[in-house]
Design a binder for this molecule. Sequence first.
Ligand code: UT7
Length: 312
Amino acid sequence: MSVGARLAGVRFSVPSKILTNADLEKMVDTTDDWIRTRTGIERRHVLSEGESATDIGMAAAQQLFSDGKIDKSSIDALIVATATPEMLFPSTACILTHKLGLNGVPAFDFSAACSGFLYGLSIAKSYIESGTFRSILLVCVEALSRIVDWKDRNTCVLFGDGAGAAVITATEDDRRIRSILIGADGQYQEYLYVPLGGTIAMSGRDVFQVACRKMTEAATQALADAHLTIDDIDLVIPHQANTRIILQVAKQLRIPEDKLFVNIQSYGNTSAASIPIAYREAELAGRVKPGANLLFVAFGGGFTWGSAVLKV
Ligand code: UT7
């Protein structure tokens, strides 16, 4: 078999501070009932003062190494998906090379909002299949609490902070990314954006509609590219932005509920970190068996989207 790219390990980290819907009731004109029924979210983790996105990114990545899952010296490149870099430069990826003891490996950030994990997988797959690198560390880290307007009930109830770290390695067997696609369309930029130095602005209803359509289209294409149908898929792990979006996409794709992984209730929307966090929780819950076929699908600001089919 030709060289392929395998998702070799995923870990995550979230800040210890939890903000519940009850806490938000004291901050804006909202209710626990509205947030639960309209989004599925019950609580989210947020950074404390003095804690940084790099801290949780590092904690996620370090678990991969300390669990003995991945040999740190094998990492050839570090890429970071984030909408919340700590500085314009150096990149969060560069800062992490030093904190993780990976000095010398190429490192860069990219921005694809909530589709960051899918974009990162696509970049890693291309590097590996071209023979450029054999092992890539992808860190998806978001400090959305730092760019949320805590007086805007339309957005502040939705987001949470978190980090997911994944290692993608070269493989010769069939446990690999079977298909992946990414896309973008800037015509919708005014529906969801953050101006430099500003806070998240969103037209939720518009985002909702395009998200359902694009996620369905992307997942359909990824399945077709992998020559599989939804019946061949063991577990679908979608971006966690809103339970109603997930259920709508599942309905359109005819995904039975027992093949769907949802953990938005505990984390809210953690943007690029949401799929790796969900993947690891699914794995810990025994829902990702070796050799299983998975479908990932994401959508975010830009708009950006992506979907992948992989055997793990
Ligand atoms: O990862 C990609 C990024 N974002 C998304 O995917 C988000 C996509 N959009 C959504 O998830 C949903 O559109 C929201 C959860 C943001 C909003 O749900 P909705 O059912 O589309 O509500 P809406 O925006 O149509 O607002 C309905 C009502 C409005 O009141 P009026 O105008 O009908 O009187 C809002 O002001 O709900 C009100 N509302 C709230 N009420 C209580 C909006 N936010 C809140 C709130 N608490 N937190």
